[in-house]
Write a protein of this length. Structure first.
Length: 613
Protein backbone atom coordinates (compact mmCIF):
# COMPACT_ATOMS: atom_id res chain seq x y z
CA UNK A 1 0.00 0.00 0.00
CA UNK A 2 1.30 3.47 -0.86
CA UNK A 3 1.83 6.19 1.73
CA UNK A 4 -1.09 8.07 0.20
CA UNK A 5 -3.22 5.00 0.65
CA UNK A 6 -2.24 4.75 4.29
CA UNK A 7 -3.07 8.40 4.85
CA UNK A 8 -6.56 7.98 3.42
CA UNK A 9 -7.60 5.00 5.52
CA UNK A 10 -10.75 5.48 7.56
CA UNK A 11 -10.00 7.14 10.86
CA UNK A 12 -11.72 4.42 12.85
CA UNK A 13 -9.57 1.64 11.40
CA UNK A 14 -6.61 0.72 13.65
CA UNK A 15 -3.12 0.94 12.20
CA UNK A 16 -1.08 -2.19 11.63
CA UNK A 17 2.54 -2.36 12.78
CA UNK A 18 3.68 -2.18 9.15
CA UNK A 19 1.65 0.98 8.56
CA UNK A 20 3.04 2.59 11.70
CA UNK A 21 6.57 1.66 10.65
CA UNK A 22 6.15 3.28 7.23
CA UNK A 23 4.64 6.39 8.79
CA UNK A 24 7.39 6.72 11.40
CA UNK A 25 10.06 6.45 8.71
CA UNK A 26 8.52 9.35 6.83
CA UNK A 27 8.57 11.37 10.05
CA UNK A 28 12.38 11.23 10.38
CA UNK A 29 15.06 13.41 8.80
CA UNK A 30 18.57 12.02 9.36
CA UNK A 31 21.91 13.71 9.03
CA UNK A 32 24.66 11.91 7.13
CA UNK A 33 27.60 14.20 7.84
CA UNK A 34 30.12 11.40 8.45
CA UNK A 35 30.10 7.63 8.02
CA UNK A 36 32.67 4.85 8.55
CA UNK A 37 31.97 1.17 8.10
CA UNK A 38 33.85 0.41 11.30
CA UNK A 39 35.09 2.66 14.10
CA UNK A 40 37.61 1.55 16.69
CA UNK A 41 36.65 1.86 20.33
CA UNK A 42 37.20 5.40 21.55
CA UNK A 43 37.51 6.79 18.04
CA UNK A 44 35.10 9.16 16.24
CA UNK A 45 34.33 8.84 12.54
CA UNK A 46 35.49 11.92 10.60
CA UNK A 47 34.97 10.62 7.05
CA UNK A 48 32.51 12.94 5.24
CA UNK A 49 29.70 11.39 3.23
CA UNK A 50 30.21 12.77 -0.28
CA UNK A 51 28.74 9.74 -2.06
CA UNK A 52 26.05 7.39 -0.80
CA UNK A 53 27.44 4.36 1.11
CA UNK A 54 25.57 1.10 0.53
CA UNK A 55 24.90 0.73 4.26
CA UNK A 56 23.18 4.13 4.46
CA UNK A 57 21.25 3.44 1.27
CA UNK A 58 19.92 0.22 2.77
CA UNK A 59 18.96 1.96 6.00
CA UNK A 60 17.08 4.74 4.19
CA UNK A 61 15.13 2.29 2.03
CA UNK A 62 14.38 -0.34 4.68
CA UNK A 63 13.07 2.24 7.13
CA UNK A 64 11.20 4.35 4.56
CA UNK A 65 13.07 7.44 5.80
CA UNK A 66 11.42 10.72 4.87
CA UNK A 67 14.43 12.98 4.48
CA UNK A 68 18.06 13.85 5.03
CA UNK A 69 19.88 17.04 5.94
CA UNK A 70 23.21 17.97 4.39
CA UNK A 71 26.11 19.89 5.93
CA UNK A 72 29.21 21.54 4.50
CA UNK A 73 31.13 18.30 4.98
CA UNK A 74 28.86 16.63 2.40
CA UNK A 75 29.64 19.20 -0.29
CA UNK A 76 32.80 19.24 -2.44
CA UNK A 77 31.66 20.51 -5.84
CA UNK A 78 28.44 21.12 -7.81
CA UNK A 79 28.85 17.92 -9.84
CA UNK A 80 29.57 15.82 -6.75
CA UNK A 81 26.53 17.25 -4.96
CA UNK A 82 24.22 16.59 -7.90
CA UNK A 83 25.42 13.01 -8.07
CA UNK A 84 24.98 12.51 -4.31
CA UNK A 85 21.47 13.92 -4.28
CA UNK A 86 20.45 12.04 -7.41
CA UNK A 87 21.69 8.79 -5.89
CA UNK A 88 19.63 9.51 -2.75
CA UNK A 89 16.44 10.08 -4.72
CA UNK A 90 17.12 7.13 -7.02
CA UNK A 91 17.60 4.78 -4.09
CA UNK A 92 14.19 5.63 -2.67
CA UNK A 93 12.09 5.94 -5.81
CA UNK A 94 13.47 2.83 -7.48
CA UNK A 95 12.59 0.93 -4.30
CA UNK A 96 9.01 2.20 -4.52
CA UNK A 97 9.42 4.70 -1.68
CA UNK A 98 8.40 8.37 -1.53
CA UNK A 99 11.03 10.89 -2.62
CA UNK A 100 13.27 12.37 0.03
CA UNK A 101 13.20 15.76 1.59
CA UNK A 102 16.82 16.88 1.05
CA UNK A 103 17.38 19.81 3.36
CA UNK A 104 20.09 22.29 4.26
CA UNK A 105 20.55 25.29 6.55
CA UNK A 106 21.30 27.99 3.97
CA UNK A 107 19.98 31.09 5.71
CA UNK A 108 22.63 33.36 4.24
CA UNK A 109 25.08 35.33 6.34
CA UNK A 110 26.91 33.28 8.94
CA UNK A 111 24.71 30.20 8.46
CA UNK A 112 25.60 28.92 5.01
CA UNK A 113 26.52 25.31 4.24
CA UNK A 114 27.46 25.69 0.58
CA UNK A 115 30.95 27.06 -0.16
CA UNK A 116 30.96 30.65 -1.43
CA UNK A 117 32.26 29.64 -4.86
CA UNK A 118 29.05 27.61 -5.33
CA UNK A 119 26.61 29.98 -3.64
CA UNK A 120 27.53 33.33 -2.17
CA UNK A 121 26.48 33.57 1.45
CA UNK A 122 25.16 37.13 1.07
CA UNK A 123 25.30 39.46 4.08
CA UNK A 124 22.59 37.85 6.21
CA UNK A 125 19.26 38.81 7.68
CA UNK A 126 20.31 41.69 9.92
CA UNK A 127 21.94 43.38 6.93
CA UNK A 128 18.69 42.90 5.01
CA UNK A 129 16.90 44.50 7.97
CA UNK A 130 19.20 47.52 7.71
CA UNK A 131 17.92 48.15 4.15
CA UNK A 132 14.21 47.95 4.97
CA UNK A 133 13.57 51.69 5.47
CA UNK A 134 14.77 52.47 1.92
CA UNK A 135 14.26 49.25 -0.03
CA UNK A 136 11.38 47.51 1.73
CA UNK A 137 11.45 43.75 1.19
CA UNK A 138 13.30 43.85 -2.16
CA UNK A 139 16.55 42.41 -0.83
CA UNK A 140 14.77 39.67 1.14
CA UNK A 141 13.08 38.49 -2.03
CA UNK A 142 16.15 38.82 -4.26
CA UNK A 143 18.40 37.00 -1.80
CA UNK A 144 15.98 34.14 -1.22
CA UNK A 145 15.33 33.69 -4.94
CA UNK A 146 19.07 33.71 -5.55
CA UNK A 147 19.54 30.98 -2.94
CA UNK A 148 16.69 28.84 -4.29
CA UNK A 149 17.83 29.09 -7.92
CA UNK A 150 21.12 27.47 -6.91
CA UNK A 151 19.78 24.93 -4.41
CA UNK A 152 17.08 23.34 -6.55
CA UNK A 153 19.27 22.27 -9.51
CA UNK A 154 21.79 20.84 -7.04
CA UNK A 155 19.05 18.58 -5.67
CA UNK A 156 18.34 20.42 -2.40
CA UNK A 157 14.59 20.88 -2.15
CA UNK A 158 14.24 22.25 1.41
CA UNK A 159 15.86 25.20 3.14
CA UNK A 160 15.53 25.55 6.91
CA UNK A 161 15.18 29.31 6.56
CA UNK A 162 14.44 32.06 7.28
CA UNK A 163 14.88 32.76 10.97
CA UNK A 164 12.01 35.06 11.90
CA UNK A 165 13.08 35.37 15.53
CA UNK A 166 12.97 38.93 16.87
CA UNK A 167 16.37 39.81 18.31
CA UNK A 168 15.26 41.69 21.41
CA UNK A 169 18.14 40.47 23.63
CA UNK A 170 21.56 42.06 22.97
CA UNK A 171 23.30 39.12 24.65
CA UNK A 172 21.65 36.53 22.39
CA UNK A 173 24.55 34.24 21.41
CA UNK A 174 22.82 32.22 18.72
CA UNK A 175 20.33 34.44 16.84
CA UNK A 176 21.74 38.03 16.67
CA UNK A 177 22.62 38.69 12.98
CA UNK A 178 20.41 35.77 11.90
CA UNK A 179 17.42 37.95 12.79
CA UNK A 180 15.96 40.64 10.52
CA UNK A 181 15.84 42.95 13.55
CA UNK A 182 13.90 43.86 16.67
CA UNK A 183 10.70 45.28 15.11
CA UNK A 184 8.05 42.54 14.79
CA UNK A 185 6.29 44.11 11.80
CA UNK A 186 9.56 44.55 9.93
CA UNK A 187 10.67 40.99 10.70
CA UNK A 188 7.28 39.73 9.50
CA UNK A 189 7.43 41.64 6.22
CA UNK A 190 10.96 40.53 5.43
CA UNK A 191 10.27 36.94 6.50
CA UNK A 192 7.18 36.83 4.31
CA UNK A 193 9.15 38.03 1.28
CA UNK A 194 11.97 35.55 1.98
CA UNK A 195 9.55 32.61 2.19
CA UNK A 196 7.83 33.67 -1.03
CA UNK A 197 11.15 33.96 -2.84
CA UNK A 198 12.20 30.44 -1.87
CA UNK A 199 8.89 28.75 -2.54
CA UNK A 200 8.17 30.50 -5.85
CA UNK A 201 11.43 28.93 -7.03
CA UNK A 202 10.34 25.49 -5.86
CA UNK A 203 12.26 25.20 -2.56
CA UNK A 204 10.40 24.37 0.65
CA UNK A 205 10.83 27.06 3.31
CA UNK A 206 10.85 26.36 7.07
CA UNK A 207 10.36 29.43 9.24
CA UNK A 208 12.03 29.19 12.63
CA UNK A 209 12.33 29.00 15.61
CA UNK A 210 8.72 28.79 16.83
CA UNK A 211 7.50 30.38 19.07
CA UNK A 212 10.52 32.73 19.02
CA UNK A 213 14.16 32.33 20.07
CA UNK A 214 15.12 36.02 19.94
CA UNK A 215 14.98 37.02 23.61
CA UNK A 216 17.38 34.44 25.03
CA UNK A 217 20.96 34.64 26.25
CA UNK A 218 21.56 30.86 26.20
CA UNK A 219 22.32 28.94 23.00
CA UNK A 220 20.02 25.93 22.63
CA UNK A 221 22.95 24.05 21.07
CA UNK A 222 24.52 24.02 24.54
CA UNK A 223 21.62 24.47 26.99
CA UNK A 224 17.91 25.07 27.37
CA UNK A 225 17.01 28.79 27.19
CA UNK A 226 13.90 30.39 28.68
CA UNK A 227 11.86 33.32 27.37
CA UNK A 228 10.12 35.28 30.13
CA UNK A 229 7.73 37.34 27.99
CA UNK A 230 4.07 37.53 29.00
CA UNK A 231 1.44 36.05 26.71
CA UNK A 232 0.51 39.59 25.61
CA UNK A 233 4.14 40.34 24.77
CA UNK A 234 4.36 37.07 22.87
CA UNK A 235 1.35 37.93 20.73
CA UNK A 236 2.58 41.43 19.98
CA UNK A 237 6.15 40.33 19.41
CA UNK A 238 7.55 36.82 18.94
CA UNK A 239 4.41 35.27 17.46
CA UNK A 240 3.56 38.10 15.08
CA UNK A 241 5.94 37.15 12.23
CA UNK A 242 4.84 33.51 12.36
CA UNK A 243 1.17 34.52 12.33
CA UNK A 244 1.61 36.93 9.42
CA UNK A 245 3.56 34.44 7.29
CA UNK A 246 1.08 31.64 8.04
CA UNK A 247 -1.76 33.90 6.86
CA UNK A 248 0.09 35.26 3.80
CA UNK A 249 -0.49 34.45 0.14
CA UNK A 250 2.51 32.10 0.30
CA UNK A 251 2.52 30.52 3.76
CA UNK A 252 5.68 28.70 4.78
CA UNK A 253 5.39 25.01 3.97
CA UNK A 254 7.21 24.19 7.23
CA UNK A 255 7.51 25.65 10.71
CA UNK A 256 10.51 24.62 12.84
CA UNK A 257 10.13 24.43 16.61
CA UNK A 258 12.54 25.95 19.14
CA UNK A 259 14.25 24.19 22.02
CA UNK A 260 13.23 26.92 24.46
CA UNK A 261 11.04 27.19 27.52
CA UNK A 262 8.27 29.78 27.19
CA UNK A 263 6.29 29.57 30.46
CA UNK A 264 3.62 32.13 29.53
CA UNK A 265 2.67 29.88 26.61
CA UNK A 266 3.11 26.61 28.49
CA UNK A 267 4.26 26.32 32.09
CA UNK A 268 3.63 22.57 32.28
CA UNK A 269 6.28 20.58 34.11
CA UNK A 270 8.07 17.60 32.61
CA UNK A 271 10.45 15.13 34.22
CA UNK A 272 13.80 14.87 32.45
CA UNK A 273 16.22 11.96 32.24
CA UNK A 274 17.89 13.09 35.48
CA UNK A 275 14.60 12.84 37.37
CA UNK A 276 14.29 16.62 37.67
CA UNK A 277 11.12 18.56 36.96
CA UNK A 278 11.42 21.45 34.51
CA UNK A 279 9.25 23.59 32.26
CA UNK A 280 8.47 21.73 29.04
CA UNK A 281 10.50 22.91 25.99
CA UNK A 282 8.43 24.22 23.07
CA UNK A 283 9.58 21.30 20.88
CA UNK A 284 7.88 18.90 23.32
CA UNK A 285 4.91 21.12 24.23
CA UNK A 286 1.45 20.18 22.96
CA UNK A 287 0.06 23.53 24.12
CA UNK A 288 2.57 25.32 21.88
CA UNK A 289 2.77 23.06 18.81
CA UNK A 290 -0.83 21.85 18.74
CA UNK A 291 -3.14 24.17 20.68
CA UNK A 292 -1.35 27.40 19.74
CA UNK A 293 0.12 26.66 16.31
CA UNK A 294 -2.48 24.28 14.91
CA UNK A 295 -5.73 25.27 16.62
CA UNK A 296 -5.34 28.97 17.32
CA UNK A 297 -3.01 30.07 14.52
CA UNK A 298 -4.60 27.64 12.02
CA UNK A 299 -1.33 26.39 10.60
CA UNK A 300 -1.91 23.67 7.98
CA UNK A 301 1.64 22.85 6.95
CA UNK A 302 4.35 20.55 8.29
CA UNK A 303 5.92 21.09 11.72
CA UNK A 304 9.55 19.99 12.02
CA UNK A 305 11.60 20.00 15.21
CA UNK A 306 14.93 21.72 15.48
CA UNK A 307 17.71 19.13 15.66
CA UNK A 308 16.96 16.73 18.50
CA UNK A 309 20.67 16.06 19.04
CA UNK A 310 21.14 19.64 20.30
CA UNK A 311 21.93 19.94 24.00
CA UNK A 312 18.69 21.84 24.68
CA UNK A 313 16.93 18.47 24.24
CA UNK A 314 19.63 15.78 24.26
CA UNK A 315 20.98 16.73 27.72
CA UNK A 316 17.57 16.17 29.27
CA UNK A 317 15.77 13.47 27.28
CA UNK A 318 16.72 10.17 25.67
CA UNK A 319 16.53 9.87 21.88
CA UNK A 320 13.45 7.69 22.08
CA UNK A 321 11.67 9.85 24.64
CA UNK A 322 12.44 13.10 22.79
CA UNK A 323 11.12 11.71 19.51
CA UNK A 324 7.90 10.36 20.99
CA UNK A 325 7.23 13.47 23.05
CA UNK A 326 7.78 15.64 19.96
CA UNK A 327 5.26 13.55 18.03
CA UNK A 328 2.79 13.71 20.92
CA UNK A 329 3.23 17.49 21.04
CA UNK A 330 2.30 17.88 17.40
CA UNK A 331 5.58 17.81 15.48
CA UNK A 332 5.23 16.01 12.16
CA UNK A 333 8.95 15.42 11.60
CA UNK A 334 11.79 14.70 14.01
CA UNK A 335 15.01 16.26 12.75
CA UNK A 336 18.21 14.35 13.52
CA UNK A 337 16.76 12.20 16.32
CA UNK A 338 19.56 9.62 16.09
CA UNK A 339 23.21 10.12 15.11
CA UNK A 340 24.57 7.53 12.67
CA UNK A 341 28.31 7.50 12.04
CA UNK A 342 29.11 3.79 11.65
CA UNK A 343 27.67 0.35 11.06
CA UNK A 344 27.46 -0.06 14.83
CA UNK A 345 25.21 3.00 14.97
CA UNK A 346 22.92 1.49 12.35
CA UNK A 347 22.18 -1.41 14.70
CA UNK A 348 21.41 1.09 17.46
CA UNK A 349 19.15 3.07 15.15
CA UNK A 350 17.18 -0.04 14.25
CA UNK A 351 16.51 -0.71 17.93
CA UNK A 352 15.53 2.94 18.49
CA UNK A 353 13.21 2.84 15.47
CA UNK A 354 11.54 -0.43 16.52
CA UNK A 355 10.97 0.91 20.03
CA UNK A 356 9.32 4.07 18.71
CA UNK A 357 7.10 2.01 16.38
CA UNK A 358 6.08 -0.35 19.20
CA UNK A 359 5.18 2.48 21.56
CA UNK A 360 3.11 4.23 18.90
CA UNK A 361 1.33 0.98 18.05
CA UNK A 362 0.52 0.65 21.77
CA UNK A 363 -1.20 4.04 21.63
CA UNK A 364 1.37 6.62 22.75
CA UNK A 365 0.59 8.66 19.62
CA UNK A 366 -3.00 8.73 18.37
CA UNK A 367 -3.71 6.87 15.15
CA UNK A 368 -5.75 9.71 13.65
CA UNK A 369 -2.87 12.12 14.25
CA UNK A 370 -0.47 9.68 12.61
CA UNK A 371 -2.74 9.70 9.55
CA UNK A 372 -2.99 13.49 9.48
CA UNK A 373 0.78 13.76 9.60
CA UNK A 374 1.10 11.24 6.78
CA UNK A 375 -1.29 13.35 4.71
CA UNK A 376 0.64 16.54 5.38
CA UNK A 377 4.01 15.01 4.45
CA UNK A 378 2.59 13.40 1.30
CA UNK A 379 0.95 16.65 0.26
CA UNK A 380 4.16 18.58 0.87
CA UNK A 381 6.19 16.23 -1.33
CA UNK A 382 3.57 16.32 -4.07
CA UNK A 383 3.12 20.11 -3.98
CA UNK A 384 6.83 20.71 -4.41
CA UNK A 385 7.21 17.89 -6.98
CA UNK A 386 10.07 16.15 -5.20
CA UNK A 387 9.94 13.23 -7.65
CA UNK A 388 10.92 15.59 -10.46
CA UNK A 389 14.59 15.43 -9.58
CA UNK A 390 14.66 11.72 -10.32
CA UNK A 391 12.32 11.86 -13.29
CA UNK A 392 14.36 14.42 -15.24
CA UNK A 393 17.46 12.24 -15.01
CA UNK A 394 21.02 12.79 -13.85
CA UNK A 395 22.29 14.10 -17.21
CA UNK A 396 19.63 16.82 -17.25
CA UNK A 397 20.74 18.17 -13.87
CA UNK A 398 24.43 17.82 -14.69
CA UNK A 399 23.82 20.02 -17.71
CA UNK A 400 21.67 22.43 -15.70
CA UNK A 401 24.41 23.24 -13.18
CA UNK A 402 26.84 24.21 -15.93
CA UNK A 403 24.82 27.41 -16.37
CA UNK A 404 26.50 29.87 -13.98
CA UNK A 405 24.28 32.89 -14.69
CA UNK A 406 22.74 32.79 -11.23
CA UNK A 407 26.14 32.86 -9.52
CA UNK A 408 27.12 36.14 -11.18
CA UNK A 409 23.72 37.65 -10.41
CA UNK A 410 23.99 36.54 -6.77
CA UNK A 411 27.38 38.21 -6.43
CA UNK A 412 25.86 41.44 -7.75
CA UNK A 413 23.03 41.16 -5.22
CA UNK A 414 25.53 40.51 -2.42
CA UNK A 415 27.52 43.64 -3.33
CA UNK A 416 24.40 45.79 -3.58
CA UNK A 417 23.06 44.47 -0.26
CA UNK A 418 26.34 45.11 1.56
CA UNK A 419 26.51 48.68 0.24
CA UNK A 420 22.87 49.39 1.10
CA UNK A 421 23.19 47.87 4.60
CA UNK A 422 26.27 49.85 5.66
CA UNK A 423 25.08 52.14 8.45
CA UNK A 424 26.62 55.30 9.85
CA UNK A 425 26.27 55.21 13.64
CA UNK A 426 28.06 58.49 14.36
CA UNK A 427 30.70 60.86 13.00
CA UNK A 428 29.38 61.44 9.50
CA UNK A 429 30.79 64.94 9.46
CA UNK A 430 34.30 63.44 9.51
CA UNK A 431 33.78 61.45 6.31
CA UNK A 432 35.33 60.84 3.86
CA UNK A 433 38.72 59.86 5.25
CA UNK A 434 41.37 61.62 3.17
CA UNK A 435 44.43 60.49 5.14
CA UNK A 436 46.38 57.76 3.39
CA UNK A 437 48.28 56.00 6.16
CA UNK A 438 46.07 53.47 7.96
CA UNK A 439 46.65 51.06 10.79
CA UNK A 440 43.88 48.50 11.17
CA UNK A 441 43.19 45.81 13.73
CA UNK A 442 40.84 43.03 12.70
CA UNK A 443 39.52 40.03 14.63
CA UNK A 444 41.61 37.49 12.69
CA UNK A 445 43.90 37.01 9.71
CA UNK A 446 41.27 36.28 7.09
CA UNK A 447 39.51 39.59 7.85
CA UNK A 448 42.92 41.35 7.55
CA UNK A 449 43.46 39.76 4.14
CA UNK A 450 39.98 40.86 3.05
CA UNK A 451 40.71 44.43 4.16
CA UNK A 452 44.14 44.44 2.48
CA UNK A 453 42.62 43.27 -0.79
CA UNK A 454 39.77 45.79 -0.58
CA UNK A 455 42.11 48.72 0.10
CA UNK A 456 44.49 47.66 -2.68
CA UNK A 457 41.62 47.54 -5.17
CA UNK A 458 39.63 50.59 -4.06
CA UNK A 459 42.23 53.08 -2.81
CA UNK A 460 45.63 51.83 -4.00
CA UNK A 461 47.48 54.95 -2.85
CA UNK A 462 46.56 54.21 0.77
CA UNK A 463 49.24 52.57 2.90
CA UNK A 464 47.71 49.92 5.16
CA UNK A 465 49.09 47.79 7.96
CA UNK A 466 46.61 45.29 9.41
CA UNK A 467 47.09 43.35 12.63
CA UNK A 468 44.92 40.27 13.37
CA UNK A 469 43.81 40.01 16.99
CA UNK A 470 43.78 36.23 17.19
CA UNK A 471 46.52 36.77 19.75
CA UNK A 472 47.70 40.09 21.19
CA UNK A 473 50.53 41.67 19.18
CA UNK A 474 53.86 42.68 20.68
CA UNK A 475 53.89 46.17 22.20
CA UNK A 476 56.88 47.22 20.08
CA UNK A 477 55.07 46.21 16.90
CA UNK A 478 52.02 48.26 17.81
CA UNK A 479 54.14 51.25 18.84
CA UNK A 480 56.07 51.21 15.56
CA UNK A 481 52.99 50.85 13.35
CA UNK A 482 51.02 53.44 15.30
CA UNK A 483 53.82 55.99 14.79
CA UNK A 484 53.59 55.47 11.01
CA UNK A 485 49.78 55.85 10.78
CA UNK A 486 47.39 58.77 10.95
CA UNK A 487 44.20 56.66 10.89
CA UNK A 488 43.25 53.79 13.21
CA UNK A 489 40.51 51.44 11.95
CA UNK A 490 39.17 48.89 14.43
CA UNK A 491 36.99 46.06 13.11
CA UNK A 492 35.19 44.13 15.83
CA UNK A 493 33.08 40.97 15.92
CA UNK A 494 30.86 40.80 19.00
CA UNK A 495 29.77 38.21 20.02
CA UNK A 496 33.09 36.53 19.25
CA UNK A 497 32.92 34.43 16.10
CA UNK A 498 33.56 30.68 15.97
CA UNK A 499 36.93 29.13 15.18
CA UNK A 500 35.61 27.57 11.96
CA UNK A 501 34.77 31.07 10.72
CA UNK A 502 38.49 31.93 10.85
CA UNK A 503 38.90 29.86 7.66
CA UNK A 504 42.26 28.31 8.65
CA UNK A 505 44.24 31.44 7.77
CA UNK A 506 45.67 31.74 11.30
CA UNK A 507 48.35 29.37 12.54
CA UNK A 508 47.11 26.45 14.65
CA UNK A 509 49.25 27.65 17.56
CA UNK A 510 47.67 31.13 17.44
CA UNK A 511 44.18 29.62 17.27
CA UNK A 512 45.02 27.46 20.29
CA UNK A 513 46.14 30.56 22.22
CA UNK A 514 43.26 32.69 20.92
CA UNK A 515 42.41 35.58 23.26
CA UNK A 516 38.93 35.91 24.70
CA UNK A 517 36.54 38.76 24.10
CA UNK A 518 37.36 40.57 27.35
CA UNK A 519 41.07 40.66 26.58
CA UNK A 520 40.41 41.74 23.01
CA UNK A 521 38.13 44.58 24.06
CA UNK A 522 40.60 45.71 26.71
CA UNK A 523 43.38 45.88 24.13
CA UNK A 524 41.16 47.72 21.63
CA UNK A 525 40.11 50.27 24.25
CA UNK A 526 43.70 50.98 25.22
CA UNK A 527 44.79 51.27 21.59
CA UNK A 528 41.95 53.65 20.70
CA UNK A 529 42.68 55.86 23.71
CA UNK A 530 46.31 56.08 22.67
CA UNK A 531 45.36 56.95 19.10
CA UNK A 532 43.03 59.70 20.30
CA UNK A 533 45.76 61.20 22.50
CA UNK A 534 48.01 61.25 19.44
CA UNK A 535 45.29 63.08 17.46
CA UNK A 536 44.79 60.29 14.96
CA UNK A 537 41.43 59.70 13.30
CA UNK A 538 39.83 56.68 15.00
CA UNK A 539 37.16 54.58 13.27
CA UNK A 540 35.21 51.85 15.01
CA UNK A 541 33.43 49.29 12.80
CA UNK A 542 31.22 46.70 14.50
CA UNK A 543 31.06 43.96 11.88
CA UNK A 544 28.43 41.87 13.68
CA UNK A 545 26.06 43.35 16.28
CA UNK A 546 26.23 47.16 16.75
CA UNK A 547 25.47 47.22 20.50
CA UNK A 548 29.17 47.29 21.37
CA UNK A 549 29.55 50.67 19.61
CA UNK A 550 28.22 52.45 22.69
CA UNK A 551 31.29 51.29 24.61
CA UNK A 552 33.76 52.61 22.05
CA UNK A 553 31.99 55.76 20.82
CA UNK A 554 33.70 58.02 23.40
CA UNK A 555 37.15 57.02 22.12
CA UNK A 556 36.41 57.07 18.38
CA UNK A 557 35.51 59.66 15.76
CA UNK A 558 33.44 57.59 13.37
CA UNK A 559 31.25 54.53 13.88
CA UNK A 560 30.10 52.41 10.92
CA UNK A 561 28.18 49.13 11.17
CA UNK A 562 28.16 46.44 8.47
CA UNK A 563 26.05 43.72 10.23
CA UNK A 564 28.15 41.17 8.35
CA UNK A 565 31.70 39.84 8.55
CA UNK A 566 31.45 37.16 5.87
CA UNK A 567 34.42 36.35 3.66
CA UNK A 568 34.79 34.30 0.51
CA UNK A 569 38.05 32.60 -0.42
CA UNK A 570 39.84 29.74 -2.08
CA UNK A 571 41.43 27.63 0.70
CA UNK A 572 44.89 28.90 1.55
CA UNK A 573 44.94 31.55 -1.21
CA UNK A 574 45.44 34.98 0.36
CA UNK A 575 44.81 36.88 -2.88
CA UNK A 576 41.41 35.20 -3.26
CA UNK A 577 40.02 36.48 0.06
CA UNK A 578 37.19 38.93 -0.44
CA UNK A 579 34.32 40.35 1.57
CA UNK A 580 31.45 42.39 0.18
CA UNK A 581 30.85 43.83 3.65
CA UNK A 582 34.47 44.96 4.10
CA UNK A 583 34.52 46.33 0.53
CA UNK A 584 31.42 48.37 1.40
CA UNK A 585 33.09 49.61 4.60
CA UNK A 586 36.16 50.81 2.68
CA UNK A 587 34.01 52.47 0.01
CA UNK A 588 32.12 54.31 2.75
CA UNK A 589 35.34 55.49 4.38
CA UNK A 590 36.82 56.86 1.15
CA UNK A 591 33.55 58.46 0.04
CA UNK A 592 32.49 56.31 -2.91
CA UNK A 593 29.50 54.94 -0.97
CA UNK A 594 27.07 56.85 1.20
CA UNK A 595 26.09 54.78 4.24
CA UNK A 596 22.33 54.67 3.78
CA UNK A 597 21.43 51.76 6.08
CA UNK A 598 19.51 52.09 9.33
CA UNK A 599 20.29 49.83 12.26
CA UNK A 600 17.46 47.29 12.68
CA UNK A 601 18.28 47.11 16.41
CA UNK A 602 18.65 50.01 18.83
CA UNK A 603 22.27 50.25 19.88
CA UNK A 604 21.38 53.29 22.05
CA UNK A 605 24.57 55.21 22.80
CA UNK A 606 24.32 56.81 26.23
CA UNK A 607 24.58 60.58 26.60
CA UNK A 608 27.14 60.28 29.38
CA UNK A 609 29.18 57.13 29.22
CA UNK A 610 32.38 56.23 30.98
CA UNK A 611 34.47 53.99 28.69
CA UNK A 612 35.25 50.51 29.92
CA UNK A 613 38.90 49.80 30.66
Amino acid sequence: MTLTGIANLAVAQPLTEQQVSRMVGQRIILDMRYFCEQVSKGQTCQTPVTELPEALKTLLVEHNIGGVILFSENIKSPLQLVELNFSLQSAMIEAGKPPLIIAVDQEGGRVARLPSEMLTSFAGNLAIGATFHRHGSAFAQNVSQGIARVLRPLGINTNFAPSVDINSEPRNPVINVRSFGENPEQVAALGEAFVAGLQHEGVISAIKHFPGHGDTHVDSHSGLPQVTHTAKQANRGDLLPFRQIINSATPAAMVMSAHIQYPSLDDSQITDVHGRSQTVPATLSRKILHTLLRDQMRYKGVVVTDALDMAGIAKFFSKEEATLRAFQAGADIALMPYTIRSSQDIAGFKQFFDNVVTRIKLGEVKADEMRLTAQRITQLKNTFSLREYYEKGLAWWQNEIQDRQFHARNQDIEKALSLAATTLLYGGEKLPVSDKKWLAVMPDSVRCYALNNAVAALTPDTELACIPLTVLPAKQTIKRLMAQANVLLVGDITPLHAVYEMANFDSPSDVKKRINQTARHGFIMSLMKTAKKQHKKVIFAPLRMPYIAQTFQPVSDIGIATFSYNVGYQPGMVDSVHSAAIDALVRTLIGTNVASGASPVKWQPPLHHKPET
